[in-house]
Design a protein around this ligand. Structure first.
Ligand code: PBG
Length: 329
């Protein structure tokens, strides 16, 4: 059967018809909003490259969380800016660390129970050199030392679970971290805490604005010896298989829009809940175009999120979460 019997436009004529046959939908409960927590009180410091995003002290984060809960947003993903950094990333796993303090405050407020509290497990915001693990130096060469680093990540995840994280989300891309985290959680009474693994995180230029937000730019070198090469889809699938074998409960694909094929492939191959992270650079470049009047903000934002969902994301971590939730009602 073909034209003129078939006319595809018949089902596009009115919004009612279009709504009836819509294949993909977004809803606020599948959006996760990242928060950057900073020490102090009453602090709401704008991030220049990310309009509308702030470094928040714990009291301000509580207000932001209430707004998210009221909008029906599914959860928060917490990052921390410690007051001090060192070689061992002490601030990442300290019981009174900045993320742990925020988690306790958020958990205490029962009006926020509808929000799933996720915490990013990585040490780059807490190391003096800005790498995602312990660094071994030899003159001007350096290496991120895998096995001692995953011990720190396990400690970090455990301290976050103790402080009230509902889900821990390792984003470092070192080998064996999921197994190390699972073991630390299980041996310490947290066998019910799920691990959301950024299993195939690519070494991406699109993290640039985040590094301003989280003050986590590496002081030397780059992250290419641990984050993945953007050219490799098969390797990404292998990373995912390994993380699932080590006990990951869920996947977080990242970045989102430049890697929709990777997200789609993961969705086809694996049966676990899979999210995508629309990262800082994806947000900033859209905002830059909004500011110049080059793109229609609402439509471009919703289209970017819909494309990520259509490619296979069950949930989306996005700096647009509040605006999108407002539109979705
Ligand atoms: C920490 C981490 C990063 C992001 C999430 N977790 C930065 C990085 O790997 O350099 C990026 C998020 C974003 O760009 O929005 N390792």
């Amino acid at each position: 059967m073909n034209f003129p019997v078939v006319r595809m436009r018949r089902l596009r004529r009115t919004e009612a018809l279009r709504s009836l046959v819509r294949e993909t939908r977004l809803h606020p409960g599948a959006l996760i909003y990242p928060l950057f927590i900073t020490p102090g009180e009453g602090i709401r410091k704008p991030i220049s490259s990310m309009p509308g995003v702030f470094n928040l002290s714990v009291d301000e984060a509580l207000k932001e969380a209430s707004a998210c809960a009221a909008l029906g947003i599914g959860g928060l993903l917490l990052f921390g800016l410690p007051s001090e950094k060192d070689e061992q990333a002490t601030g990442a796993w300290a019981d009174d660390g900045i993320v742990q303090t925020a988690l306790r405050a958020l958990k205490k407020d029962r009006s926020l129970d509808s929000l799933v509290l996720m915490s990013d497990v990585c040490v780059c915001e807490y190391t003096s050199h800005g790498h995602c693990g312990v660094v071994k130096r030899d003159g001007d060469r350096f290496e991120v030392d895998n096995d001692p680093s995953i011990a720190l990540l396990a400690k970090t995840a455990l301290s976050q679970a103790r402080a009230g994280a509902d889900i821990v989300a390792p984003s470092d891309m070192l080998d064996g971290r999921v197994a190390a985290i699972r073991e630390a959680l299980d041996h310490n009474g947290h066998d019910q805490t799920p691990i959301l693994s950024y299993a195939s995180k690519f070494s991406s230029a699109f993290y640039g604005p985040f590094r301003e937000a989280a003050d986590s730019a590496p002081q030397f070198g780059d992250r290419r010896s641990y984050q993945m090469d953007g050219a490799n889809l098969r390797e990404a699938m292998r990373e995912i298989e390994l993380d699932l074998a080590e006990g990951a409960d869920m996947l977080l694909m990242k970045p989102a829009m430049p890697y929709l094929d990777v997200l789609h492939e993961a969705r086809q191959r694996f049966e676990v809940p899979t999210g995508a992270y629309q990262v800082s650079g994806e947000y900033s470049m859209l905002h830059a175009a909004f500011e110049r009047g080059w793109l229609e903000p609402e439509r471009a934002m919703m289209e970017s999120l819909l494309s990520i969902r259509r490619a296979g994301a069950d949930f989306i971590v996005t700096y647009f979460a509040k605006e999108a939730a407002r539109i979705l009602g």
